[in-house]
Design a binder for this molecule. Structure first.
Ligand SMILES: C[S@@+](CC[C@H](N)C(=O)[O-])C[C@H]1O[C@@H](n2cnc3c(N)ncnc32)[C@H](O)[C@@H]1O
Length: 245
């Protein structure tokens, strides 16, 4: 691990403590993930700044990059757990950073018990969010990537390398291929979320365009508007994938 890699999780943790608007928006998303967990062990993959644990304290929080607040270092593509012992695998902005997402999903299917869940909140690429993510966000959006590629993991790869299109391709555009490739997994829930409040916080960057006090009001409005405006301008996906019995 380089010093720069270690610092990014610390920087994100600092932003988390300094930005009430960010906490308010993420709290809503983390709570939605926690509410979808089934009884049993919760494993967080790519825990980074480690904030999900505030909402599900018994979570085993891991990341490929070590940090003092995490429980273990673990690569999503080689999970250090026996078969069928995990009930929930949660990811927040991680799937689109994994070098070979298919290898992670194979590992997830292996370690999950029957009925266990993969639950994630990730970027959604819609016409409006695509403009934002492409022009105002440093991470790439490559809608032509082969998301089913597999290979030997590159030990020198930056864990923050990414393709923000991966979750949208997997859960929406190439859902049929996903279902054919993973017969042991079933897409249980697939929602578009986050219209305005999330991009207005500026994420982990220093600026925000929304005070924390306004967040509950905007989120309430979003819940009403999402069925109409989601396909046009949602910024995030919330998905639940279940391991078949
Ligand atoms: C954008 S951060 C998200 C961190 C945290 N989940 C959050 O919500 O703030 C992406 C995280 O994924 C981790 N990551 C990338 N590739 C990984 C892999 N193969 N296995 C486990 N974690 C990985 C990175 O180290 C980084 O902490």
């Amino acid at each position: 691990m380089t010093i720069a890699e270690a610092n990014r999780s610390h920087d994100a943790r600092d932003a988390w403590s300094r930005k009430p608007s960010l906490r308010a928006v993420y709290t809503d998303l983390y709570q939605r993930i926690a509410a979808r967990c089934v009884p049993g062990v919760i494993l967080e993959v790519g825990g980074g700044s480690g904030n999900f644990k505030d909402y599900a304290p018994d979570t085993i929080s891991t990341d490929i990059v070590a940090a003092p607040w995490l429980d273990a270092v673990a690569d999503a593509s080689r999970l250090p757990f026996a078969d069928g012992v995990i009930s929930n695998i949660v990811l927040f902005d991680v799937l689109h950073h994994i070098e070979f997402p298919v290898q992670f999903l194979d590992e997830a299917a292996r370690v999950l018990r029957p009925g266990g869940r993969i639950i994630f909140s990730e970027p959604a690429i819609t016409p409006v969010s695509n403009l934002f993510y492409t022009h105002l966000h440093p991470e790439p959006v490559d809608m032509k990537a082969n998301i089913f590629a597999v290979g030997e993991p590159d030990p020198n790869r930056d864990p923050f390398d990414s393709n923000q299109a991966v979750p949208t391709l997997m859960m929406h555009h190439q859902r049929d291929q996903f279902e054919a490739r993973f017969p042991g997994l079933r897409i249980y829930e697939n929602q578009l979320t986050s219209l305005l409040a999330y991009p207005m916080t500026g994420g982990f960057r220093p600026w925000t365009m929304i005070p924390a006090a306004m967040v509950p009001l905007v989120l309430g409005l979003e819940r009403i508007l999402i069925p109409i405006l989601g396909p046009l301008m949602a910024f995030r996906i919330l998905s639940v994938i279940e391991r078949r019995s």
